[in-house]
Design a protein. Structure first.
Length: 283
């Protein structure tokens, strides 16, 4: 009698995991923008974080760390996530692709931070050229408030990357992430309630918010966490540089947002600068 060996599950390539996260977060943001007319940007951000935190807490069942250093890192991580969600305020004034491109300046700045190599000056100049094309006289003027909010979100994304490395040392099971998202929800939800009130409790809004939370938070965070266990963070950074292009596609398909040729060139400049900075960065 022959013994049958159990079939091993098919491993999803880590590159596919990151690309799935990129597509998920950008289409989740585009869906969230569709909800602005009902609950507003702060309402969407608060709903997204609150429902994502609830799902992650149920899935991970984390324990609060005993030491204050770990607690402080998790709170800082949550504050960075909350700041990243300022992008929803920027989306009220900017197309999805433009907001995503400006947000990418945060990780790009982290990649270039402290470097003195001539080639990194080239990447910085290329990114600056992209921003100039977006905001300069050669393109249709962008709302200053939208650009400012997107840059605040970019700063949050840069801090997210800096803190995530330290937070990952606390635990590898995703528990710190669940706690950090819960902290971010505590910070953002009061502003969402102040803006939208009881509209957040509408069954239709809650269902839509759940979908946005899954698409733009739970799925991408989980996929990135799984990918980072198998490939270096610098490779993940290269793939994440595709977010502006994916945001352009999501904005076109879901919101009928068209970019001008100059804006497309600007998007390409910032994306190329990010890819170049990550690929040439010292290990």
């Amino acid at each position: 009698m022959q013994s049958s060996t159990p079939s091993r599950p098919i491993a999803v390539p880590p590159f596919a995991l990151v690309l799935g996260a990129v597509v998920s977060v950008q289409f989740g943001q585009a869906f969230g923008k569709q909800l602005f007319a009902v609950v507003g940007p702060l309402g969407v951000a608060g709903l997204r974080l609150s429902l994502a935190a609830l799902l992650l807490l149920v899935l991970r069942r984390p324990r609060i760390p005993a030491d204050w250093r770990s607690r402080g890192l998790i709170i800082a991580f949550g504050a960075a996530i909350a700041t990243m969600n300022v992008v929803y305020l920027a989306l009220a004034h900017l197309p999805v692709a433009v907001a995503s491109t400006l947000q990418l300046l945060g990780p790009l700045s982290v990649a270039l931070l402290g470097s003195r190599r001539p080639r990194d000056v080239l990447w910085a100049a290329l990114a600056a050229a992209g921003v100039f094309l977006f905001c300069g006289p050669v393109s249709a003027p962008l709302p200053v408030i939208g650009v400012g909010l997107a840059l605040v979100s970019a700063a949050g994304m840069g801090c997210y990357l800096l803190v995530s490395h330290r937070v990952g040392a606390i635990s590898s099971d995703g528990s710190p992430l669940a706690l950090a998202v819960a902290c971010a929800a505590v910070l953002v939800l009061p502003f969402g309630i102040a803006e939208s009130g009881t509209a957040l409790l509408s069954p239709a809004v809650l269902l839509a918010g759940l979908g946005i939370a899954v698409l733009s938070a739970v799925v991408p965070y989980s996929l990135e966490l799984a990918a980072l266990r198998r490939i270096p963070p610098r490779v993940v950074g290269v793939l994440q540089s595709l977010e502006p292009a994916t945001g352009a596609l999501a904005g076109l398909l879901l919101l009928a947002e068209l970019l001008s040729p100059v804006q497309l060139v600007a998007l390409g400049c910032v994306t190329a600068a990010s890819i170049g900075a990550v690929l040439t960065r010292d290990r």
